[in-house]
Design a protein. Structure first.
Length: 303
């Protein structure tokens, strides 16, 4: 990641902790205002929805998303990417067991993770890393990841020791036979504003399909302008607590509804925003079940 980037990220994290302790506007964000947690739980309890919401949080779905790329090499036709996002691993042990069971069921060629591995936005990183170590042994393929707004840069060495390679404003090439993909990742663009899309997109060519991993989908316009073909992200949780029909009660204001969940398109780029495998703030899901996603790449049929 480079010493300069690491130092800058640590400095921002320290400033973030100061805000949590009462300095600055971010103190009032729902993720950091911890008295709101009990308010939400008690409201759901009064509506007789708390236990159902907790059961839903452990009912992890396997979603399938076909991705047609016009310039994909035939050696990559059918190449499948397992996408996991927003795990918040130290939130609920039973949900982690459910996640492991679902991962063990699926077949894939590559695994990607789009951030938020711990429950809190600050504090001790060890509990989430301990759970990640248990999860990682069940992921049998090469794994690449980016950090989210809940994650510390100090988590990187431990994650990479587990075999999870972090892409922090950089890219690598994935090859299968004569086929090739450019896979890029950016550091968190939501809170830490540590993203560098020009650097991550360095080397993009028209003949090689390109995929960008970003914790938040809010950078979709910049990603499309840089020439990426596919953006994979998370962060929104799809709202997590939704009205019937999946209409979010609260949705991150940095993310327009266009890109807030599932498959979407913007100009020549397609994207997918995972609703996440875990939960944040409170361990419930209402009208928005958690998920892992299998993105199956295919060659565009000849007309």
């Amino acid at each position: 990641m480079g010493a300069d980037h690491a130092k800058q990220r640590v400095a921002v994290e320290e400033a973030h902790v100061a805000q949590i302790l009462g300095q600055g506007r971010n103190f009032f964000h729902i993720e950091n205002w911890y008295s709101s947690h009990s308010v939400i739980k008690n409201t759901l309890r009064l509506c007789f929805m708390l236990r159902k919401g907790q059961r839903n949080a452990r009912n992890i779905q396997i979603r399938y998303n076909p991705v047609v790329l016009s310039h994909l090499h035939r050696d990559l036709d059918g190449f499948t990417v397992l996408h996991i996002s927003d795990l918040h691993l130290d939130m609920d042990e039973q949900a982690v067991f459910a996640l492991i069971e679902q991962i063990r069921k699926v077949n894939y060629d590559l695994c990607v993770m789009t951030g938020d591995y711990r429950a809190s936005t600050h504090g001790d990183i060890e509990p989430s890393l301990a759970v990640m170590a248990r999860l990682a042994i069940h992921i049998k393929k090469e794994t690449y990841a980016v950090l989210g707004n809940h994650d510390s840069i100090l988590m990187v060495p431990a994650l990479e020791e587990m075999g999870i390679q972090l892409l922090l404003n950089e890219n690598i090439h994935i090859k299968q036979g004569q086929g090739e993909l450019l896979l890029a990742g950016i550091d968190d663009a939501h809170y830490f504003c540590a993203d560098d899309i020009p650097r991550a997109s360095n080397g993009i060519t028209a003949g090689t399909p390109s995929i960008l991993l970003s914790h938040t989908p809010a950078i979709y316009k910049q990603a499309a302008a840089a020439g990426f073909n596919l953006l994979l992200s998370g962060h929104t949780h799809g709202g997590q607590i939704c009205l019937p029909g999946g209409i979010p009660v609260i949705l991150d204001s940095d993310c327009p509804r266009l890109v807030s969940r599932g498959k979407w398109f913007y100009n020549k780029m397609q994207g997918y925003t995972s609703v996440g495998a875990g939960t944040s703030v409170v361990n419930v899901r209402i009208n928005c079940l958690p998920e892992i996603t299998l993105h199956k790449l295919s060659v565009q049929a000849d007309v």
